[in-house]
Design a protein around this ligand. Structure first.
Ligand SMILES: Cc1cc2nc3c(=O)[nH]c(=O)nc-3n(C[C@H](O)[C@H](O)[C@H](O)COP(=O)(O)OP(=O)(O)OC[C@H]3O[C@@H](n4cnc5c(N)ncnc54)[C@H](O)[C@@H]3O)c2cc1C
Length: 249
C-alpha cells in the first residue's frame, strides 16, 4: 500500500513563428488541443529511454480568455506600454505555437506515500506524506521532448521562447505532481504479496472494499489518466452488481 506512485512526465516549449504574425483576425477556435494531438511514434529500441510521450499542440487566434496575452516581452523582446503595446498585441497575437509533452513514468521504489507519523488534519486524522523521485528514464525522455519540440519550431521558421534547460535542471522536466496525473499506490494484480487490489479493483485483504479511482494503475501510460479511471470504475461497478446478485458480497 502506498508504493509505486507515478505522475505523467511533462514539459512545454513555445515558439514564435514569424509567418503567423500580422495575420487577419479570424476565428481559429478549433486550432490546437481541440483538433491536434500527436501520439507516440518512435521505437524505443533505438532510443536511450523506455516508454514514450504524446504531444499536445496549442496556439492560434482563439477567442481571448482569462490569462491570455501574457508574456509579450518574450516575443517582442521589450514588453511595452500604451499604443505600441496594443499594436504589438495585434501584430503578435496568434503567432506562438506551444508543444506540451505528456509521457510515461516508470514506477520506482523512491516514489510512494505513507501515513505521516506526526502531522494530522483538522479532524485529527493523520495526513499522507509523499516521496517522489524521477529517474534517468524520465530525464532522458524530457531531453528528447525538448530536442524534438525545438526542432519542429526551427523547421517552422520559428524561434523557441526559452533556452534549452541543462541536464542539471532535469531538461525542464516538471516536478512530480505538477502534471496532476498522479496514480498508483494501490496497485492491481493477482498476487496479494505484490498488489493491493484484484483485477476488479477489489482489495485482496478486505473483500467489501473497492478502489475505483487512479490507485489501481500499475503504470502511468502516456495517455492522460481520466478515461481509464472511468473505464475501470464502470467495470468495477458492474462487477459489484454481479457479485451482489450472486451473493458473493
Ligand atoms: C486542474 C486539473 C486538470 C486535469 N486535466 C486532466 C485532463 O485534461 N485529462 C485527464 O485525463 N486528467 C486530467 N486531470 C487529472 C484527473 O482530473 C484526475 O486524475 C482524476 O480526476 C482523478 O480521479 P479520482 O477519482 O482518482 O480522484 P478525484 O477526482 O480527486 O476524486 C476524489 C474524491 O474523493 C473525495 N474525498 C477526498 N477525501 C475524502 C474523504 N476523507 N472522505 C470523503 N471523500 C473524500 C474528494 O472530494 C473527491 O471528490 C486533471 C487534474 C487537475 C487537478
Amino acid at each position: 500500500m502506498g508504493r509505486f506512485l507515478t505522475d505523467s512526465t511533462g514539459l512545454t516549449v513555445t515558439g514564435y513563428i514569424p509567418r503567423l504574425a500580422e495575420g487577419v483576425p479570424h476565428n481559429e477556435d478549433g486550432v490546437g488541443g481541440m483538433h491536434l494531438y500527436m501520439p507516440w511514434w518512435l521505437d524505443n529500441k533505438a532510443l536511450d529511454f523506455p516508454r514514450g510521450y504524446h504531444i499536445e499542440i496549442s496556439g492560434g487566434r482563439r477567442a481571448p480568455s482569462y490569462g491570455i496575452l501574457g508574456g509579450i516581452e518574450r516575443v517582442n523582446g521589450a514588453g511595452g506600454y500604451g499604443k505600441q503595446l496594443k499594436d504589438d498585441y495585434r501584430k503578435y497575437y496568434g503567432s506562438t505555437v506551444s508543444f506540451a509533452g505528456r509521457g510515461e513514468m516508470v514506477p520506482n521504489d523512491d516514489s510512494y506515500c505513507e501515513i505521516d507519523p506526526v502531522v494530522v488534519d483538522k479532524y485529527g486524522i493523520p495526513v499522507l506524506r509523499f516521496h517522489f523521485k524521477f529517474t534517468e528514464h524520465e530525464r532522458l525522455q524530457a531531453k528528447h521532448m525538448q530536442e524534438t519540440f525545438r526542432e519542429i519550431i526551427h523547421e517552422m521558421g520559428g524561434t523557441p521562447l526559452t533556452p534549452m534547460p541543462a541536464a542539471e535542471e532535469g531538461y525542464g522536466l516538471a516536478t512530480g505532481g505538477r502534471i496532476i496525473h498522479e496514480v498508483g499506490t494501490t496497485r492491481m494484480g493477482d498476487d496479494p504479496r505484490t498488489s493491493v487490489v484484484s483485477g476488479h479493483c477489489q482489495a485482496h485483504d478486505v473483500k467489501n472494499v473497492f478502489i475505483a479511482d487512479g490507485g489501481p494503475f500499475v503504470s502511468n501510460a502516456d495517455k492522460n489518466v481520466t478515461w481509464t479511471i472511468l473505464a475501470l470504475s464502470m467495470r468495477t461497478s458492474e462487477y459489484i452488481v454481479q457479485a451482489r446478485n450472486q451473493r458473493l458480497l
